[in-house]
Design a protein. Sequence first.
Length: 251
Amino acid sequence: MDISGNTVFIPGATGGLGRALALALHERGNTVIVGGRRTELLAEIAEEHPGIDTVRIDTADPASIEAAAKEVLTRHPELNVLVTMAGIMRAEDWTHPSTFLADAEAVVTTNVLGPIRLIGAFVEHLLGRPDATVMTVSSGLAFVPYGPTPSYNASKAAIHLLSESLRVQYAGTSLKVLELVPPSVRTNLLPGQEENPLAMPLSEFTAEAVELIERRPDATEIQVERVKYLRYAEVRGDYDEVVSVLNGHQN
């Protein structure tokens, strides 16, 4: 993926990683469309950052995805990058079914069905562009489990393998699949995470990720240095130790 000259739609970009990436790509000369559920946040972004377009979308709602896709493609027929950023993370206690089922289902709907439906809504258009990218967003937790968030871990593992599989299917086409693999970053994904000293500062993550995209336009995964501890635990042969450290520190 080239770092500039794209038209990029990022649903789930009213805060956290999505907003930071949207602003960084806008600054690098891309046309950016931000999607989100909360219209007041969309209006705030549009006012504070002239040139960024906004579209309301709820990625847990198939009808909302379909309507937003039509709106985006009508206003931006040159769209060539889709970032499936929207995601949620919930702590779940799987010893009590009445307490975890609703959260687990919500995580899977947003984190797995959301990206699948988004890609489904845009893929025909993207395959018709001369140079297009779907950027998926997995996590270091796709490779090493964090005990309190089993559905989130599983959802990101699904996104990783979905990305790998689509890359095989799209081989020989103009559509590339780029997987962003964040570590724990200081966002509001979980309560207290914004103040977690063990998490990576958001500005540092964004700067390193964007630099990697720029330096490696043909990359299939964007891995900041900090996530490699999780990403390659099994390859290095210290998986059990990494699981223990991750969960012992409650990172």
